[in-house]
Write a new protein. Structure first.
Length: 183
C-alpha cells in the first residue's frame, strides 16, 4: 500500500490539516497528566453519562441518598430531590457550557464542570433556572427548536450574581444540596 500522498489536492488538504493540528494539540496539552483527560476522548453522549455517574458517585460518597430516576424527566433522585445532571468539560474558548436544559419534572439541576486540574459545581433550583435560563436563550433555532436552553461560557471566576448562591466550588454545591435535601 502506498504511504506517500501523490494527489496534489490531497497534498494541499494534508498541508492545511497540519497547520490546524497545532491549534488542537495545544488544547490536548492542557489536559496532559490530568486525571480527567480520558473523559475528553469520549463521544459527547458518553461524556454526559460519565458526568451523571461522577455526580451520583460523589453525592453518594458524601452521604446523600442516590437513587435511579423514576422516569425520563430527571437523571437521578439525590437526597430526595429529582435531579437533572448537566456536565461540561472546560471549553477551549474558556468556561463551561451546560446544555439541553428543558422544562421537565425535576427539582434541581446539578451542573458539574471539570477542567484539567479543577472542578466546579452548581446545584440550581429549577425555579431559578426558569427565571434566568429556561425560556431565555434557546440552544437551537428553527421550527420546534425552542424547547432546549443553555448556560454558556460560564467562568467560575466571574459568575453572574444570580448563580453565585448555588455553588462554585464542589463543597459549596454540596452544602446547597444538603440543605435542599433536608426540606
Amino acid at each position: 500500500m502506498n504511504r506517500v500522498i501523490t494527489d496534489p489536492e490531497v497534498q494541499a488538504l494534508a498541508a492545511l490539516a497540519t497547520t490546524l493540528q497545532a491549534d488542537y494539540a495545544a488544547e490536548d496539552l492542557a489536559w496532559q497528566g490530568s486525571p480527567f483527560a480520558w473523559i475528553k476522548s469520549r463521544p459527547s453522549r458518553q461524556r454526559g453519562k460519565i458526568g451523571e455517574q461522577l455526580v451520583a458517585g460523589w453525592c453518594a460518597a458524601r452521604d446523600l441518598d442516590v437513587m435511579g430516576p423514576p422516569d425520563s424527566d430527571c437523571d437521578r433522585v439525590i437526597g430526595g430531590l429529582r435531579a437533572e445532571i448537566k456536565f461540561s468539560t472546560w471549553w477551549a474558548q474558556g468556561g463551561y457550557t451546560f446544555q439541553q436544559f428543558r422544562d421537565q419534572k425535576y427539582d434541581i439541576a446539578i451542573c458539574l464542570g471539570i477542567s484539567p486540574f479543577d472542578a466546579h459545581c452548581w446545584a440550581i433550583p429549577k425555579r431559578i433556572l426558569r427565571q434566568y435560563v429556561i425560556g431565555h436563550l434557546p440552544q437551537h433555532t428553527g421550527t420546534g427548536g425552542t424547547d432546549t436552553f443553555w448556560l454558556q461560557s460560564l467562568n467560575p471566576e466571574d459568575v453572574p450574581d444570580w448563580l453565585a448562591p448555588w455553588g462554585g466550588r464542589l463543597g459549596e454545591a454540596l452544602k446547597v444540596l444538603q440543605k435542599a435535601s433536608r426540606r
